[in-house]
Design a protein around this ligand. Structure first.
Ligand code: UT7
Length: 335
């Protein structure tokens, strides 16, 4: 029995918001944003486009590549911090839009590490139960809906998008050597929960006129503190994952780090002594898309034909929670 990736898909809304556009909204400038973050533009969804709509487009593309129908799905997981509504789950909204009536649906809230947590859970469920054959794993965010467009320290960072993958349990007994999941290290640091948060909208601060007036329904971040913890956290998780797998860093064909800040990405590559040409980056086009980030990268690499059979791909992420993780996968192109 092996778990395989049958397809990937991604979607970003068409409207790009450039650094020059932001110059007209808050006191900032293109040079500051590019040199401090590596971001040139980000995609912003229209008012009536929901997180589940972004997820839907990415999911359709992944299902199409996998060659399966929505009705084949046994599991649908959506990682998001910007759900359509607090209740029900965005995965149930996606199920409705896909018409995937046979799937059990659940959301994962692990912020920027959300897709790694989702893959870990789906992989374990597929391995544990024969009744689950196909899982759709999506990271989707409409971060523009939880962004404070008057706060220059955060609004320059975030963008909207979705990335998806289809995982399948293969019981044929002939595909053992095509197992995608090699090793992982997930972790959390709840003691730093205040460093990156949306303070209101939950049981602590239910919505009131005051919470709205105080902009408490938007993402707040202590950027410098998160920056330092992100670099050390992701480097440690990557090292531990590679050690568990017994794979040397030079054997890694691609590392896909969460796209939060170009300086964080460069620092990770530097500390792991990985050449920059093996470090995937698309942050300049999309900014930080939280749970969607790694799925967007993986699909871009896959569709560009840059992933070869047997390639080791190291995924790593860090975000609100704080949560962190690394995952080593082995890539096989669908024949
Ligand atoms: O995805 C989840 C994980 N998230 C992350 O990993 C993000 C981690 N943090 C970061 O990426 C960076 O900390 C930021 C990009 C958020 C900020 O960069 P920084 O180099 O840490 O800047 P800073 O917060 O130390 O601010 C430096 C200066 C300040 O001015 P003073 O106090 O030195 O006069 C800020 O007020 O830059 C100012 N500043 C800005 N200036 C122009 C802050 N935001 C802006 C802005 N435009 N948008």
């Amino acid at each position: 029995m092996a778990i395989r990736i049958l397809g990937t898909g991604s979607y970003v809304p068409p409207r790009a918001l450039s650094n020059f556009d932001l110059e007209k909204m808050v006191e900032t400038n293109d040079e500051w944003i590019r040199t401090r973050t590596g971001i040139s533009e980000r995609r912003i969804a229209e008012r009536d486009v929901l997180t589940s709509d972004l997820a839907l487009e990415a999911a359709k593309r992944a299902l199409d590549m996998a060659g399966i129908e929505p009705s084949d799905l046994d599991l649908i997981s959506v990682a998001t911090v910007s759900p359509d509504r607090p209740l029900p789950s965005t995965s149930c909204m996606l199920q409705k839009k896909l018409g995937a009536e046979n799937a059990a649906c659940y959301d994962v809230l692990a912020a920027c590490s959300g897709l790694l947590y989702s893959i870990e859970i789906a992989n374990a469920m597929l391995k544990a139960h024969k009744k689950y054959r196909y899982a759709l794993v999506v990271g989707a965010e409409k971060l523009s809906s939880v962004t404070d467009w008057t706060d220059r320290s955060t609004c320059i960072l975030f963008g909207d998008g979705a990335g998806a993958l289809v995982l399948a349990r293969d019981d044929s007994g002939t595909e053992e050597d095509k197992e995608f999941f090699i090793a992982s290290k997930l972790g959390s640091m709840g003691k730093y929960s205040d460093l990156l948060q949306i303070p209101a909208g939950g049981s602590e601060n239910p919505a009131t006129h005051e919470t709205v007036d105080a902009h408490m329904h938007f993402v707040k971040m202590d950027g410098q503190a998160v920056f330092k913890l992100a670099v050390s956290g992701m480097v440690k998780a990557c090292r531990e994952t590679l050690e568990e797998a017994g794979v040397d860093p030079e054997k890694v064909a691609w590392i896909i780090p969460h796209q939060a800040n170009m300086r964080i990405i460069d620092a990770i590559a530097n500390r792991l002594e990985l050449p920059l040409e093996r470090v995937f980056r698309n942050i300049s086009k999309y900014g930080n898309t939280s749970s969607a980030s790694i799925g967007l990268c993986l699909d871009e690499l896959n569709r560009d034909g840059r992933l070869k059979d047997g390639d080791y791909v190291l995924l790593t992420a860090f975000g609100g929670g704080l949560t962190l993780g690394a995952m080593l996968i082995k890539w096989y192109n669908k024949k």
